[in-house]
Write a protein that binds this ligand. Structure first.
Ligand SMILES: [Zn+2]
Length: 290
């Protein structure tokens, strides 16, 4: 998906609604779209900063400028991919604010790329579990555990307005990349169902536009994954296959830079189908069961 970075207001503070402002970091890429969007919540004496983003001095300066005279009372991360949480520590150091949110993740480095996209230095002052809240002056943010994209992923919901920060779990520009072993397709599907059953009014993803029809989008995403699953089963009905052969058949016109990510999502589906007893695996070759 091509875009012109000059059209996106990196470093500016955009007011999205009375309680929510957005600051775009200067880290566009095929994985981050226009860059990471940091959100600032609150309109009185204090603010929560959600997904502070990559540790770019220019971005940290922009967040501090967006907060203005108010205090930051919580720095919150939806998960610990390196485009989301590394700015938490330097922002905490500059403002004295606590880091409150998702759990840190310790991954065994047991394969290529297994942990290279994770922020190993993330160290929260307080970890939120599902349903726990953080309150500030005029705002209450609830943690909604949504494992799948990563095992520690949280969505964060503003109780006063129905705004939901969906991190990388639900995004309008692209489906979420699920990279095993930490990424888990069955968990991701259950976390989509969990959001579908809620009545949040608007989603603010970390990448891409705000979503004003959340339940419709979530239902579409669940349908999309079911369709991928059917595609895989259909391919395997014809003959056993390896992921490298399946990706070009399943993803027509894919940006070549995203071939690896597509392969990881296919792998996540295959692991899920295997755990459900529908297929078997022998080395790199996947086969219909029975
Ligand atoms: Zn992520």
């Amino acid at each position: 998906m091509e875009f012109d970075p000059s059209k996106y207001p990196t470093g500016l503070c955009e007011q999205m609604e009375p309680l929510v402002a957005r600051v775009l970091a200067g880290n566009p890429s095929p994985y981050t779209y226009t860059g990471t969007q940091t959100y600032v919540v609150g309109d009185k004496s204090d603010r929560a900063v959600i997904d502070p983003g990559p540790a770019l001095d220019s971005h940290i300066d922009a967040i501090i400028a967006a907060v203005g005279e108010a205090q930051i009372s919580a720095i919150m991360c939806t998960h610990t991919h390196r485009d989301h949480s590394p700015a938490a520590a330097p922002l905490a150091a500059r403002t004295g604010a606590p880091i409150i949110g998702c759990a840190p993740l310790v991954l065994a480095d047991d394969g290529p790329r297994s942990d290279e996209s994770f922020d190993k230095f993330y160290a929260p002052d307080r970890v939120l579990t599902d349903g726990e809240t953080v309150t500030g002056d005029g705002w209450t943010i609830e943690a909604v555990a949504t494992p799948g994209h990563t095992s520690n992923h949280l969505c964060l919901s503003v109780q006063e307005s129905g705004a939901m920060f969906t991190g990388d779990h639900v995004m309008a520009w692209s489906t979420s990349v699920i990279v095993p072993p930490d990424g888990n397709m069955a968990d991701y599907m259950a976390s989509l169902q969990k959001l579908y059953e809620r009545d949040d009014k608007v989603y603010y993803p970390a990448h891409g536009k705000k979503v004003t029809n959340p339940r419709q989008l979530v239902r579409g995403m669940m349908g999309h994954r079911k369709q991928r699953e059917r595609q895989i089963l259909k391919l395997l009905e014809t003959s056993p296959a390896e992921i490298v052969d399946m990706v070009p058949q399943m993803y027509k016109g894919l940006d070549p830079r995203l071939t690896g990510a597509a392969g990881q999502s296919v792998r996540a589906h295959l692991i899920d189908l295997k755990s459900r007893g529908l297929i078997t695996q022998s080395g790199d070759v996947w086969t219909m069961a029975g």
